[in-house]
Design a protein around this ligand. Structure first.
Ligand code: FES
Ligand code: FES
Length: 148
């Protein structure tokens, strides 16, 4: 049965009607709210392409039940520039020209920002970054993270 829920996404309350309360958050963000910056890669919590922040914690939207996101603050790559930590990460990425094709990079930036919010710096952030990048930008990511 369809139900309408309200999600706080990037500081804005968004109402959305879903047919399945067990729907992964990723598909609500992408297909129902039009926030396509969050990517699908594996769907099984391996690649990290779908990473978002929920109450400042890194989460894999591909397996995060949308019902569990109600009442929490969701930040996607579209809202990252409003976050001071996100701004620092974005600047480091630009300074080091990190992306190649770019597909994995929203998840990388969200994971990096989440690690910063956990109080991590430099090599600690690098240890948290277990995401996959088909283009092999790992070295530039490590260089960018050094200043954070
Ligand atoms: S799509 Fe979620 S971890 Fe790969
Ligand atoms: S930049 Fe292409 S997959 Fe990472």
């Amino acid at each position: 049965m369809a139900s309408t829920i309200t999600l706080n996404v990037n500081g804005v309350n968004r109402s959305v009607t879903i047919n399945d309360t067990n729907m992964p958050l990723l598909w609500v963000l992408r297909d129902l709210l039009g926030l396509t910056g969050t990517k699908y890669g594996c769907g099984i919590e391996v690649c990290g392409a779908c990473t978002v922040l929920i109450d400042n914690q890194r989460e894999h939207a591909c397996v995060f039940n949308v019902s569990s996101a109600v009442g929490k603050k969701i930040v996607t790559i579209e809202g990252l520039s409003a976050d001071p930590d996100g701004q620092k990460a974005q600047k480091a990425w630009i300074d080091n020209q990190v992306p190649q094709c770019g597909y994995c990079q929203p998840g990388m930036l969200m994971a990096c920002t989440g690690s910063m919010k956990a109080g991590h710096h430099g090599s600690e952030i690098a240890s948290d970054m277990t995401h996959l990048c088909a283009c092999g930008t790992y070295q530039r990511i490590r260089t960018a993270i050094k200043v954070l």
